[in-house]
Ligand binder design. Structure first.
Ligand code: ARG
Length: 394
């Protein structure tokens, strides 16, 4: 009896060749396709997996789970890697890996496989997550060790084995897409000194060609979860989709980043995350309004650590869980609405309100209604500066 392997299948060249290759190396191959908002897995992709020899294709719609269980916690944590990357690809990997393991268990497979290369972060995310969930599963990564040394050789192999590959549709870039964003790399982007060409714009219009008039949008949050757009309740997937469209039309959410990969190299990638960028601006502003100074500033440090863990594939680790518990606790007050103005690549908060607002106009005002006791400031400053008196001349 041959062993069964469940392969994380994208429909692209690498994973299609993986199906055949694994078959030739003695495995019964089940292709697993996750819909995380990269577009519905097409009938063509399913047919391609079958043509390559998959005994079965399992498709799961994971969009809702992705948004509520992965994007929302990252949003609440303000997880942004190295100051720019909203982690769209990184967030999807532990979800896909968890389902890969689940499918493997249901089908009594002894192995799982992915089509990542040995140079990237995704192999780390997939494998660490799989091993965390079930160390007994064998993990296969054919691309890391197989005989092909170029795309052309893979295309040849596919042709020889009757795997229908659409070579004409091939983009000069490597692109990974989901609801939270698009990651674009390689091709002309490999020269970090070159401006990203126009054809790297995927879901976003270049700001110079963005809508001429500004748009306003109000995002409503309930305990840190985005729940309304312009006052109307909106489900998680629809909310992200709508903000992606709106933000994209206004040129919002591009980033061009030289990033530090887990495996030690620097790489250059362009990111698009219109919805994430708008939601992050809004959520950060809501917290500025409702969190006290100590909590707000402490949480900024947590954000950087949280982003590092997500990036490094440590989604299911004890530290990440502990940070989740902290972030969850901070969201008790994060209810309210934030109004933003979108215009030619910029997204600016123009208004915010919350039932838990810590802003007191009677204390902040410079008008006659001022209730702040200015005389109390004198004693406060004396004691506050006491430890340092005279030390400036030491
Ligand atoms: N560098 C990003 C990350 O490590 C994205 C990786 C996938 N990118 C791609 N264009 N296929 O999360």
């Amino acid at each position: 009896m041959s062993r069964t392997v469940v392969l994380a299948y994208s429909g692209g060249l690498d994973t299609s060749v993986c199906v055949k290759w694994l078959g030739e190396h003695g495995y019964r191959v089940v292709a697993f396709m996750a819909n995380v908002g990269q577009g519905e897995p097409s009938a063509k992709a399913v047919a391609r997996a079958k043509a390559a020899g998959a005994s079965r294709v399992v498709v799961r719609d994971l969009r809702r789970e992705f948004v509520t269980d992965y994007c929302w916690p990252a949003l609440q944590a303000h997880a942004v890697y190295e100051g720019k990357y909203l982690l769209a690809t990184a967030l999807s990997r532990p979800l896909i890996a968890a389902h890969l393991v689940d499918v493997a268990h249901r089908l009594r497979a002894s192995a799982v496989a992915h089509g990542c290369t040995g140079k990237g972060n995704d192999q780390v995310r997939f494998e660490v997550t799989v091993r965390t969930l079930d160390p007994r599963l064998e993990v296969l990564a054919p691309v890391r060790g197989w005989e092909f040394t170029s795309r052309e050789q893979e295309i040849d192999y596919a042709k020889r084995h009757g795997i229908p590959i659409d070579v004409s549709k091939r983009s000069p870039y490597s692109i990974d897409q989901n609801l939270w964003g698009t990651s674009i790399e390689s091709g002309a982007l490999e020269d970090p000194g070159t401006e990203p060409p126009a054809d790297t714009y995927r879901s976003i219009r270049p700001p110079e060609r963005a809508a001429r008039a500004p748009a306003y949008v109000t995002v409503g949050f309930s305990r840190g979860v985005p729940t309304t757009l312009n006052g109307t309740p909106c489900g998680p997937v629809a909310l992200v989709e709508r903000l992606n469209r709106l933000g994209g039309a206004h040129g919002i959410g591009r980033a061009d980043l030289i990033e530090s990969r887990v495996v030690g190299i620097k790489s250059r990638e362009v990111y698009e995350a219109p919805a994430g960028t708008i939601l992050l601006e809004a959520h950060q502003e809501l917290e500025r309004l409702v969190l006290d100074r100590e909590l707000l500033q402490f949480k900024q440090g947590v954000a950087a650590d949280y982003a590092r863990l997500v990036y490094a594939g440590l989604w299911l680790t004890p530290l990440k869980r502990a940070l989740d518990a902290f972030v969850r606790e901070t969201q008790r007050r994060a209810t309210g609405a934030v109004r933003l103005k979108l215009f030619k690549g910029t997204c600016r908060v123009v208004g915010r309100r919350s039932p838990h607002s810590l802003y007191r106009e009677r204390l902040a005002t410079y008008s006659a209604r001022d209730e702040f006791d200015q005389r109390a400031a004198e004693g406060f400053i004396k004691l506050y500066g006491l430890p340092y008196e005279g030390s400036g001349s030491d």
